[in-house]
Design a binder for this molecule. Structure first.
Ligand code: MN
Length: 431
């Protein structure tokens, strides 16, 4: 099925500024609360939030085989389950209705009052109910940097790293959408020079610049997904901040990997940008050497995407400062390889599962995707706009991650994932 929605010449009757991440060629999917406190599935053009549930009730999706309440739900899981053909039909229809040459909704002011909201009057929610969350570790630069710092500079990459996309199972219960503040975690850590651990607030809270992809139902238990079919099961991508407590991590991670250092919070951007919408920005990922085993050979010419990424820190009451610029295309393992590897033992993947990329660091120091790397485990510090210095993240700092794609014709993107770090949680039970 052709993706008419991507036509770069299409213009919408909804005004979109040149710098917007949400032109009519994007048509992402999300879930929001309306001013009437109704929860609905929606999309966005410019600064306009579009209620897809209302559009469905008013007949704008007639002719597309959808269950009656497809968009009147509080998650996208069922829609995602319907598969790629439905996603394309719906995106194409939305593009058609909001095209400047189409008068159906453009001339119907009564319907517009029901369907259209301003972005500042809606509240974005989690777009999917995440059943399982897996976090990969697919940037060679990041894995090398961390290996140098935590282990052995001579053998920074462990022997398996170049043969499989290393990952761990994360925790879906602590994934929050942009705008929801999180708390500094308590944890066990071993202070410098101490022989015994203490249980204290983490002193080394960090962000990790990542992206995540969201899957549809992919397989039955026992079945694996071939690498060349894997992308058919990827609905779209979000920005992801994999909050990390480096002191807890350092003490706990041997031998089973990250646990409480990572599962206290993970933040994502609320709009899922479809893999279809990202098609014009496909590019080749890094050459793989050694060649992976046959089940992981990704022969696709353009197995990555050129997504420009940046991170800024905004201190409480201060101005934000950009501290890192990176790109999704720096990743060594592709999404198809990650999903093929994940299911290569028959592990089942469901609609709404989230797969994090791992920290996306590039080769240059200004492209490192975590404070751990940017300050080289706190040996250097970063000066913020208000003159204050940071080695790691301080209470009330806000981390903002942005991501967008741009070519000569269009720019589209993810908006942002913005999260404030609050002090440790004070339980009401203590009082
Ligand atoms: Mn991570």
């Amino acid at each position: 099925m052709p993706i008419f929605a991507n036509d770069p010449h299409r213009k919408s009757w909804i005004e979109v500024s040149k710098e917007s991440d949400f032109p009519i060629q994007n048509i992402p999917f999300g879930v929001f609360l309306t001013r009437e406190n109704d929860i609905t599935i929606g999309t966005r053009i410019g600064e306009c939030a579009i209620d897809l549930g209302a559009m469905q009730r008013l007949g704008y999706f007639d002719g597309i085989p959808l269950t009656d309440d497809m968009f009147m739900q509080d998650t996208l899981n069922d829609f995602i389950s319907d598969g790629k053909k439905t996603w394309r039909l719906v995106r194409n229809r939305i593009a058609e209705i909001f095209d400047i040459v189409n008068n159906s909704l453009q001339n119907n002011i009564e319907h517009q009052k029901i369907i259209l909201f301003s972005m500042d009057e809606v509240e974005m929610q989690m777009p999917v109910l995440v059943g399982d969350y897996t976090d990969f570790y697919s940037s060679k630069e990041h894995a090398t940097n961390v290996g140098k710092m935590f282990r052995d500079p001579e053998n920074a990459l462990l022997p398996n790293w170049l043969h499989l996309p290393v990952a761990y199972h994360g925790r879906s219960s602590s994934i929050v959408p942009s705008g929801i503040p999180i708390h500094r975690p308590m944890g066990q850590l071993l202070p410098k020079g101490a022989e015994k651990p203490v249980f204290e607030p983490s002193r080394l809270v960090d962000f990790e610049l990542e992206m995540g992809f969201i899957t549809t139902d992919a397989n039955v238990l026992g079945e694996s997904i071939p690498v060349d079919k894997a992308e058919d099961y990827i609905f779209g991508l979000v920005l992801l901040n994999d909050w990390s407590a480096r002191d807890i991590q350092k003490w706990e991670y041997v031998p089973l990997g990250p646990f409480l250092a990572k599962n206290f919070a993970t933040s994502i951007s609320p709009w899922i940008v479809t893999l279809d919408a990202l098609a014009p920005f496909r590019t080749k990922s890094i050459e793989q050497n050694p060649k992976p085993l046959p089940h992981l050979v990704d022969s696709s010419k353009n197995n990555s995407i050129d997504i420009q990424l940046e991170v800024s820190i905004k201190p409480n009451k201060g101005e934000p400062k950009t501290i890192c610029k990176s790109n999704f295309k720096h990743l060594y393992w592709s999404m198809a390889q990650q999903l093929a590897h994940h299911t290569s033992n028959g592990c089942k993947v469901n609609s709404g599962d989230l797969m994090g990329s791992g920290t996306i660091s590039g080769k240059t120091p200004d492209s490192f995707g975590s404070m751990l790397e940017l300050t080289w485990r706190g040996e250097n510090s970063i000066t913020l706009a208000d003159g204050s210095a940071r080695k790691f993240i301080e209470d009330y700092d806000t981390i903002v991650m942005k991501g967008f794609c741009k070519n000569e014709q269009i720019r589209l993107g993810f908006g942002e994932v913005s999260t404030q770090l609050l002090p440790i949680f004070k339980s009401k039970i203590d009082k």
